[in-house]
Design a protein around this ligand. Structure first.
Ligand SMILES: [Zn+2]
Length: 79
């Protein structure tokens, strides 16, 4: 069994992930590939149109802000 990404054997490697339809690969190779392809939670960011990306970015900012706000709130309540 060989890793699809680096083409080295996965036999004996403890950090192996199984990809459906592809077989076992090194988890480090898998993660590196996800990062280089900019895939987050199954979404390929590089394939999204710019509008969607901007919307996504806005949503993340709003989400982060709301969590920050809640954290501050919690500190006030329990502090
Ligand atoms: Zn590999």
């Amino acid at each position: 069994m060989r890793c699809e990404y680096c083409e080295k054997s996965v036999v004996g490697d403890k950090e192996v992930v199984i990809i459906a339809g592809k077989g076992p690969v090194h988890s480090r190779c898998f993660e590196q590939t996800l990062l280089s392809r900019r895939i987050f939670q199954g979404v390929a960011l590089s394939s999204l149109p710019l509008e969607d990306l901007n919307e996504f970015k806005e949503m993340i900012t709003i989400e982060l802000n709301s969590r920050q706000y809640n954290d501050d709130d919690g500190v006030e309540l329990f502090g």
